[in-house]
Design a protein around this ligand. Sequence first.
Ligand SMILES: C[S@@+](CC[C@H](N)C(=O)[O-])C[C@H]1O[C@@H](n2cnc3c(N)ncnc32)[C@H](O)[C@@H]1O
Length: 271
Amino acid sequence: MKPEAAELTERQKREKEYYDQYASSFDLNRNIDFSPVSSTEKRPWNSYWAVYHFASGHYQEGSTLLDFGSGPGENALRFTKIGYQVEGFDISESNVAVSRKLFEKYDCADKGNFQVSPAEILPYQDSSFDMIVGVDILHHVDIKKSVTECRRVLKPGGIAIFREPVEVPVLDAIRNTAIVKFFAPKTKSFELHITDDERKLNSEDIRIVKSIFPSMEIKRYSILARFDKFFREGSDPEPSFLERLDYTLMNNVPFLKYLGGVVIFILKKEK
Ligand SMILES: C[S@@+](CC[C@H](N)C(=O)[O-])C[C@H]1O[C@@H](n2cnc3c(N)ncnc32)[C@H](O)[C@@H]1O
């Protein structure tokens, strides 16, 4: 049953405030890269492309998709190109306003609907969606409450996938030394897109996700590609050499996957 809305927590208020400001820099005239859904090329080594590939592979006519923490709506727009009727929600009113404008600009207003909502209490009825996709969202929210809500609104037989950064203790110990933090700060920044409260998922978070979706499967990405951020733009549409190298390494030396700093969770709700 749909729970009652509650007052925002301090963490939710900070995230909302950050993204209301961050969204104001979104340029509605910038070109959206549709290649992950329009190109015949496949990039299985890229975790973002893998999300779209998965969503395409599970599309059936009339399927509904919830973009879980939809941000400015670019991902949602790509999901409509696959054919999905999309719902999205986000805690930031400004992000929701940008999403609506973006859908109007691309003549897709009838294919997407956006609401302001925290992930921890969703405004949807039980069993509403065939597919739920979340990109870089769980590490901003209360995981137990949000994944429980995800399960509630997913239809029996439906699938949820989330792409998230995760801790790799041995590498994060190096990342968290003072010298590395000096050259690559981790404090709140609009330029680096870091909020006060976001944090990589740890083994306890993964255990919580699995307790809610016991059939959880995990795919791992990004060992050396974590260095891409030092010499590539985040939005660079060209394939990353390091991502491809990681993919080859992880496929050939299976234990290396535990060094992967990005995961995709594949979560199925039984029929
Ligand atoms: C890194 S962005 C990802 C947005 C989008 N999924 C994308 O890939 O562009 C994180 C998003 O989480 C939203 N957010 C943060 N805390 C939230 C919460 N408790 N409930 C819902 N959305 C939240 C932010 O407003 C922001 O849009």
